[in-house]
Design a binder for this molecule. Sequence first.
Ligand SMILES: [Zn+2]
Length: 67
Amino acid sequence: MPFCRECGSKLFYDRNSKEYVCRSCGLTYTFQDLVVESEKMFENKLKKDEKKKAREEYLDWWLSKKK
Ligand SMILES: [Zn+2]
């Protein structure tokens, strides 16, 4: 079940409008909106992992230099 970007509540699928509706704040999302959003989140996570890796590599390099 997808969650609302604004308030984090569960979204409900409205068969009539073919949209996901947040019952807490009233926002609606199309399926496309949700797909795009989850892709963005996935990309952000990848970027974060890359940054973390780069930092660790730098630390390794720095520590080996100190010896
Ligand atoms: Zn909401």
